[in-house]
Design a protein around this ligand. Structure first.
Ligand code: GRF
Length: 198
């Protein structure tokens, strides 16, 4: 019997270009994951409309309306369980997940980060690459654990940094690498997903 697809949710906060790349890839019948839910902590995120256009259920949760991070994450956890989600992809989700939430989803949350981790955890990665005079830059898909941008690396993609590069050109170069890298990473994780642990 063929393996069924892994039920996957995507967490976003903004543009949603990585979300769109994953959702498009998941439409292929041979792709090992399906996107069953998109959640945004920002009700104005343009990505919500992109997901709706693809007929993916969306939930907008305004984090400004919920007092504590734990309460917000508990609400999100409930939505994920209600949709029988098995795997979570953070794609431009600009909010730190609480340790409580992370402990509920061990090795079941992925994130994409615009640097070659372990270099440049956190924000402003393109600027920091330029300031350091690095010859290479890139992006990483990794598991999420309790340490910010600190979980095990799944896959990375690299690009050269030229003397003419600016934060804008680096951002464009890295973004181009991100979409296929995230698709490949989700395929890798979903195709070896252990359904028995659920
Ligand atoms: C990406 O560059 C990702 O690396 C970072 O946030 C950005 C999200 O872009 N975490 P998008 O919303 O997927 O277009």
């Amino acid at each position: 019997m063929p393996r069924r697809k892994v039920r996957t949710a995507i967490l976003i906060s903004g543009r949603g270009s990585n979300m769109l790349a994953l959702a498009k890839a998941a439409m292929n019948s041979n792709f090992p994951a399906e996107i069953v839910l998109v959640i945004s902590n920002n009700p104005e995120a343009p990505g919500l409309q992109l997901a709706t256009d693809m007929h993916i259920p969306v939930i907008a949760m305004d984090h400004l309306q919920v007092k504590s991070r734990k309460k917000f994450d508990a609400k999100m956890h409930k939505h994920l369980l209600d949709h029988q989600v098995e795997l979570i992809c953070c794609a431009g989700y600009m909010r730190i997940l609480s340790p409580w939430f992370v402990s509920k989803w061990p090795r079941r949350i992925l994130n994409i980060h615009p640097s070659l981790l372990p270099k440049y955890k956190g924000l402003h990665t393109h600027q920091r690459v330029l300031e350091a005079g690095d010859t290479h830059h890139g992006c990483t898909v990794h598991y999420v654990n309790e340490e910010l941008d600190g979980g095990d690396v799944i896959l990375q993609a690299k690009t050269k940094v030229n003397s003419e590069d600016t934060t804008e050109t680096l951002s464009m170069k890295v973004q181009k690498l991100e979409h296929p890298l995230y698709v490949k990473s989700l395929a890798k994780v979903a195709s070896s997903f252990d359904f028995s642990i659920l």
